[in-house]
Design a protein around this ligand. Structure first.
Ligand code: SF4
Length: 548
C-alpha cells in the first residue's frame, strides 16, 4: 500500500484478505478491515499490532498471533476443512533456519529503493522501551547461511541490483555465527557476482568493539548500519537498561564504525525520566560531532508489552495508546517527568536544528561522515536505470529547492574531495530532501497548532468582557461580538488554506486540530447566539440554542 492504493477491485478478486501491521499502521489497518467488511471479504490478521492488541480490534474473522511460520499452516488446514477458530496463537517461537524464500517475484521492484531480507530474529539485550526482545526473544534465531544466499540468488535472478536491507533488529545478536558462517558466505557470493548488492542493517553499538566483524561486513559490501544510540546521557542510558551503550565511548565508537566504510544511521530518544534541561543541546551536539546525517530522533513512547509500559502503568503514568511512531511525532503516551510543553519545545528545537530550513547542518554532517569514511574500499557495481533517473532528478530539481544553495555547495565540495564516493554523495543529498520535507511539514503543523491555541485564547479573553445572556444588547456589544465571530470564521478559513498546503502525510493531524478548534469556537459563542442573530449573522447553531 506504500506504492499503490488498495482498491475495491483488488479486494473483490480475493478469497480472503490477510492483513499484517505494526502499531504505527493501525489506522491504515482498520481502514483495510472496514473495506473488507463492507465487501463481505473474510479478514485474517497477524503481525505486531494484532498480536499485542487483538482484544480491541473488531471486524477480523481470524487472528494468527505471534510468528507465522509454524502456526499458519495449521490455520490454513482448518480453514480448508471449514473448522477454523477465531484465534490462533503460535505456541512458541518457530525455528526459522529453513524459512521459505519470500515471493520477491510478486513485487514491482522498480517501485523500491531497496529489497529486504532477514537473517535473524531476536536480540540478546533487554532495553526497557523495546518490544523486539519481548516479541522475538533474547536468543537470536538464525537462518542457515545457504538460505540467505538462496534469497540473494533469487533477487539477482529477478534482475535486482543495489541496495538490500538486512532487516534484523540486531544483525550481530550472534556475532560468532555472523563472523564464521554468514559473512564469509556473503563475501564468496558477492565476489562471484561482481558485488551486485550493497547491504545495510541494524546492530548494537558493541559492533565497534569487533574489528574483525566490521572488516568482514565491509568486505561483504555493507555500507550502512542503523544503531540505537538513544542518548549521550549516561543516566538516561542506565535508566533504560541500555548497558551496552555505557561500555563504550559513543562518539569514538561511531567514528570507528564509519572508518570501516559503514555509514552510521542512528536512533535517539528524549523524554527519559533522567533527562535534564540541557538534553536537547547535548543531543544536537553529539549528532553533529559524530557526523550522523540520518539521525532519527523521537520522543520516548511506552509500547504495550514492554518493561517501560509495565513500570509506567504501575506508577499510574500511562495516558493512552502508543502511536508507534518513533520519529517526527510530537506526542507521547505517558506523563513525563519533564513538563510536556518543555519537552515538546526541546524536541522541536532538535528537529529544527538538525534539519534546518537551508539544510546547512545536515550537509555539514554528511561532509563529516564522507571525510571519515575516507579510504574505505569501494566495490563497483553497475547502476540500475531507476537509479540514473533518480540521480538526474536530484541534480535538476534539488538545486532549485529552498536548500538549493547548500546542496550545490555540498556537491561541489565532495566532487573535489570525495569524488570516488559520488554516488553516495548524491544518495545522501536525496535522503536530505526526505528529512527536510518531514521536518518542515511537521513544523508547519506545529505552527498551526500554536496559531489555533493563540486565536482561541484571544477570542475567549475578549468574549469574557461581554455578558453571557444578552437580550437587549447595546450597539457596542452587538458590534463587538459580531466582529469577534467574524474574526473566528476568517481564522478558520485562513487556516484551511494553510492546511491544504501541508503534505498529505501530515495533513490529517492539522485537519483534526482545525475541526476541534471549530467545535470549541461554537461552544464559546453558543451563549451569545441571540446577539449574533440580532446582528443578522448566519450562525450554524441548533434551533434550541437560538431560542435561548
Ligand atoms: S539493542 Fe535494540 S533491539 Fe536489542 S533490546 Fe535494545 S533497542 Fe531492542
Amino acid at each position: 500500500m506504500n506504492i499503490e492504493a488498495l482498491t475495491e477491485a483488488h479486494l473483490l478478486s480475493a478469497d480472503a484478505v490477510f492483513v499484517s501491521a505494526m502499531i504505527v499502521q493501525k489506522e491504515s489497518f482498520n481502514e483495510v478491515v472496514r473495506m473488507c467488511n463492507r465487501l463481505g471479504k473474510p479478514v485474517i490478521a497477524g503481525g505486531p499490532y494484532p498480536t499485542h492488541c487483538h482484544g480491541e480490534i473488531t471486524g477480523v474473522s481470524h487472528f494468527v498471533l505471534g510468528e507465522a511460520e509454524e502456526i499458519l499452516p495449521v490455520f490454513l488446514d482448518d480453514l480448508r476443512k471449514g473448522t477454523a477458530r477465531a484465534v490462533y496463537q503460535a505456541p512458541e517461537r518457530p525455528d526459522i533456519s529453513q524459512a521459505p524464500i519470500p515471493r520477491f517475484d510478486l513485487l514491482d521492484m522498480n517501485a523500491y529503493g531497496s529489497m529486504a531480507i532477514q537473517f535473524s530474529r531476536g536480540c540478546p539485550f533487554k532495553c526497557e522501551f523495546c518490544d523486539i526482545w519481548v516479541l522475538y526473544g533474547n536468543k537470536p534465531r538464525l537462518k542457515a547461511p545457504q538460505r540467505v544466499i538462496a534469497e540473494f540468488a533469487r533477487l539477482a535472478e529477478l534482475g535486482w541490483q543495489g541496495s538490500v536491507f538486512v532487516v534484523d533488529d540486531n544483525f550481530i545478536g550472534n556475532k560468532r555465527r555472523v563472523k564464521q558462517d554468514l559473512l564469509p558466505a556473503i563475501i564468496a557470493w558477492q565476489q562471484d557476482h561482481g558485488y551486485v548488492f550493497r547491504f545495510f542493517t541494524e546492530a548494537s553499538i558493541n559492533l565497534a568493539e569487533d574489528e574483525k566483524l566490521m572488516a568482514l561486513m565491509r568486505d561483504s559490501g555493507f555500507n550502512g548500519v542503523f544503531v540505537g544510540i538513544e542518548s549521550p546521557s549516561p543516566e538516561s542510558l542506565q535508566e533504560t537498561g541500555k548497558n551496552q551503550n555505557l561500555q563504550v565511548n559513543l562518539g569514538q565508537a561511531v567514528r570507528k564504525i564509519q572508518r570501516y566504510g559503514l555509514e552510521v544511521m542512528a536512533g535517539f530518544i528524549v523524554g527519559f525520566d533522567s533527562d535534564s534541561e540541557d538534553i536537547f543541546d547535548r543531543q544536537i551536539r553529539f549528532i553533529d560531532q559524530a557526523g550522523i546525517p540520518q539521525a532519527m530522533v523521537g520522543l520516548l513512547t511506552a509500547l504495550p508489552g514492554t518493561l517501560l509500559h509495565q513500570r509506567l502503568a504501575a506508577e499510574g503514568r500511562i495516558l493512552g495508546d502508543a502511536s508507534g511512531n518513533n520519529t517526527h511525532h510530537l506526542e507521547t503516551n505517558f506523563q513525563t517527568k519533564m513538563p510536556a510543553e518543555q519537552l515538546r519545545k526541546g524536541y522541536q528545537k532538535i528537529l529544527d536544528t538538525l534539519y534546518d530550513a537551508a539544510l546547512k547542518n545536515y550537509f555539514q554532517r554528511c561532509n563529516r561522515l564522507l571525510d571519515n569514511i575516507g579510504e574505505a574500499p569501494l566495490f563497483r557495481r553497475s547502476v540500475r536505470g531507476a537509479e540514473i533517473v533518480m540521480l538526474l532528478k536530484s541534480l535538476f530539481l534539488q538545486p532549485l529547492s529552498p536548500y538549493g544553495f547548500q546542496y550545490v555547495k555540498y556537491l561541489i565540495r565532495n566532487l573535489m574531495k570525495n569524488r570516488r564516493f559520488f554516488t553516495e554523495v548524491v544518495r545522501l543529498g536525496i535522503i536530505g530532501h526526505h528529512f527536510h520535507t518531514m521536518t518542515r511539514e511537521l513544523l508547519k503543523v506545529e505552527q498551526i497548532s500554536r496559531v489555533l491555541e493563540m486565536t482561541y485564547r484571544n477570542l475567549s479573553d475578549q468574549l469574557r468582557t461581554y455578558p453571557l445572556h444578552v437580550y437587549d444588547a447595546s450597539r457596542t456589544t452587538l458590534a463587538g461580538v459580531t466582529d469577534l465571530w467574524r474574526q473566528s470564521q476568517t481564522a478558520l478559513k485562513d487556516l484551511s488554506i494553510r492546511i491544504n498546503d501541508i503534505h498529505e502525510d501530515f495533513r490529517g493531524e492539522a485537519i483534526r486540530m482545525h475541526a476541534e478548534f471549530a467545535r470549541r469556537v461554537l461552544d464559546l459563542f453558543q451563549p451569545l447566539t441571540p446577539i449574533l442573530i440580532q446582528s443578522g449573522v448566519p450562525v450554524p447553531f441548533t434551533e434550541s440554542a437560538a431560542k435561548q
